[in-house]
Design a protein around this ligand. Structure first.
Ligand code: ADP
Ligand code: SF4
Ligand code: MG
Length: 273
């Protein structure tokens, strides 16, 4: 039984770092993991690949067309056996990133490579347009995790993604649901409580609190995941626990997004303004 999870969040919030360490932690337990980067930045799997930029599906499709692409051209073996794919980005000024995501899923399905014990989708959530909502709309991302810090802008993005899930839940063939909120800390005062309260208010739960850590920075400078660079570190323990909790988690919900005023009021209360 394949598990398909998606991490959605604002650009720069830590989606790729968290996804890659999650995948690595899962891979280390012997599970077959496929991580698909669905951010035009196409660096989702880079630390799993020791800093290499793997070719993106969208670039290859543009260069030679869908039919001439084989599995080995787009699926790369990374740390802990994690299979890595990058959807890629549009041509600046003209293309659509959502197209790349669709093209990626179609290609992987044709190649019979959209499989494994767990598929981890790392998806940009700044704009929840039809393109970036595609993994949820088409039934790929079954369990959605919102990743946010206590910063208003990342909560705002998380809330927007919650809106998309709530809207899609009204459609009958839709199978995606909110599985939880992950707090990736920016070291703000009251942040953990704020994100926990935000999660509760949107009818979900905070499933993990990930501390801001210098180990993450050092691992990145060494072009590795934390799991590989510092397996004995506290931060590696945090990602290992996240992996366990996600595998155990059976609680999903249809979110109840907040109004902007409510969101701001919440952020103000915890910042004690
Ligand atoms: P996204 O994929 O959401 O755009 P990234 O995963 O690329 O974000 O993270 C952005 C930056 O933040 C990276 O330099 C990363 O190393 C750093 N970062 C992410 N999470 C943490 C953390 N828990 N502690 C310290 N740095 C972090
Ligand atoms: Fe960009 Fe989304 Fe519009 Fe595509 S659908 S062009 S990804 S905003
Ligand atoms: Mg990223």
């Amino acid at each position: 039984d394949m598990k398909q999870i998606a991490l959605y969040g604002k650009g720069g919030i830590g989606k790729s770092t968290t996804s890659a360490n999650l995948s690595a932690a899962l891979g280390e337990t012997g599970l077959d993991i496929l991580q698909i980067g669905c951010d035009p930045k196409h660096d989702s799997t880079r630390m799993l690949m020791h800093g290499a930029w793997i070719p993106t599906v969208l670039d290859l499709v543009r260069e030679r067309g869908d039919a001439a692409i084989a599995t080995d051209d787009v699926v790369f073996n990374g740390y802990a056996g994690v299979r890595c794919v990058e959807a890629g980005g549009p041509e600046p000024g003209i293309g659509c990133a959502g197209r790349g995501i669709i093209a990626t899923f179609q290609l992987l399905e044709r190649l019979g490579a959209l499989n494994g014990d767990v598929i981890v989708y790392d998806v940009l959530g700044d704009v929840v347009c039809g393109g970036f909502a595609m993994p949820m709309r088409e039934g790929y991302a079954e369990e959605v995790y919102l990743i946010t810090s206590g910063e208003l802008m990342s909560l705002y993005a998380a809330n927007n993604i919650a809106k998309a899930i709530a809207r899609l839940a009204k459609r009958s063939r839709q199978t995606c649901a909110l599985a939880g909120v992950i707090c990736n800390s920016k070291n703000m005062e009251g942040e953990e409580d704020l994100v926990r309260e935000f999660a509760a208010r949107i009818n979900s739960a905070m499933v993990a609190y990930i501390p801001r850590s210098r180990t993450v920075t050092l691992a990145e400078l060494n072009r590795q995941t934390v799991m590989e660079y510092a397996p004995e570190s506290e931060q590696a323990g945090v990602y290992r626990r996240l992996a366990e909790d996600i595998m155990k988690n059976t609680r999903t919900s249809i979110p109840t997004p907040l109004e902007i005023d409510e969101l701001e009021e919440l952020a103000r209360r915890f910042a004690q303004v």
